[in-house]
Design a protein around this ligand. Structure first.
Ligand SMILES: NC(=O)c1ccc[n+]([C@@H]2O[C@H](COP(=O)([O-])OP(=O)(O)OC[C@H]3O[C@@H](n4cnc5c(N)ncnc54)[C@H](OP(=O)(O)O)[C@@H]3O)[C@@H](O)[C@H]2O)c1
Length: 265
């Protein structure tokens, strides 16, 4: 795919899972990379995995809850590469707790990382994308961006919110050559359940069966890259769980009853 040769691709959540697989896959496509998340040693590990020389990969630690730092992060990327062609909003945390038990602080944390972080980073980046004549925003949502499932109330809310924001933005920026692709994974074999928050904001620390049996992150990354290259508005990626999106759309009453007994792990 020549689509990404020398393109600058900025990936958040690049220290593990889908983000790590995306970094390796975009590097193979000839892209230059900016790798962001909180854990710098893991970002350095991923940078080494890509095999890119230092002038083609920038490790830029970021905390998605610290929106006040984002303008300066954009300045750092602009100084290093001069532009950002593709922004992949991939950083995220999940949840394993019932709404009734979950501290509101935990709801807020999930919204800060999963929703306000990408919103603030996009706002910091848009002037550069407009100035350079365009860009592509890739938003890693989830199937629960389309429907809520048990023990994911705040997580589902944060992913739903992304759809509203970025659909509106797509329409607003259509005249500026700025594109939006929403990525909705189902079960992908990463540490997302291990890192998920419990009702008190502690780590769930368990590899859930659905994740353990999910598709490999490398396969997910390939599908994301194909969707971005084709400038798709959305891509549903996973196993048979993606059928949920169509059930919700066409037989919402039946789907709602199915969720009542749904295996949340
Ligand atoms: N795996 C699935 O089944 C699945 C399904 C649907 C959607 N998704 C979505 O896919 C995305 C990637 O998740 P994953 O499956 O690859 O899980 P993961 O391995 O747990 O990766 C999550 C990434 O987000 C970063 N992150 C978490 N909190 C952050 C913060 N405050 N600031 C900056 N970075 C932060 C983590 O890096 P640091 O710890 O270094 O900060 C890590 O790189 C998420 O948005 C998730 O919601 C995953």
């Amino acid at each position: 795919m020549a689509a990404f040769t020398d393109k600058v691709v900025w990936i958040t959540g690049a220290s593990s899972g889908i983000g790590e697989a995306l970094a390796v896959a975009f590097a193979k496509e000839g892209a230059r990379l900016v790798l962001s998340s909180r854990r710098e040693p893991d970002l350095q590990r991923v940078a080494a995995l890509t095999g890119l020389p230092p002038e083609r990969v920038l490790v830029l630690p970021i905390d998605m809850r610290q929106g006040e730092t984002f303008s300066y992060k954009v300045v750092q990327v602009r100084k290093y590469f001069g532009r950002v062609d593709v922004m992949v909003h991939n950083a995220g945390i999940s949840q394993r707790s019932f709404a009734r038990d979950t501290l509101v602080d935990v709801d807020r944390k999930l919204m800060e990382v999963n929703y306000f972080g990408p919103v603030a980073l996009t706002k910091a980046l848009l002037p550069l994308m407009q100035k350079q004549g365009g860009g592509h925003l890739v938003v890693v949502s989830s199937l629960v961006g389309y429907f809520g499932t048990p023990m994911r109330s705040a997580y589902a809310a944060s992913k739903h919110a992304l759809h509203g924001f970025f659909e509106a933005l797509r329409a607003e920026e259509s005249g500026h050559n700025i594109h939006v692709t929403m990525i909705c994974p189902g079960y992908i074999r990463t540490n997302i359940s291990v890192n998920a928050l419990t009702e008190r904001g502690e780590k769930h620390n368990q590899m859930d069966d659905n994740q353990a049996n999910g598709i490999p992150p490398e396969e997910c990354a390939q599908k994301i890259i194909r969707a971005v290259a084709a400038n798709k508005q959305e891509a549903l990626i996973g196993g048979r769980e993606v059928v949920g999106v169509y059930l919700k759309r066409f037989v919402p009453g039946i789907f709602s009853k199915m969720l009542n007994g749904y295996n949340v792990k």
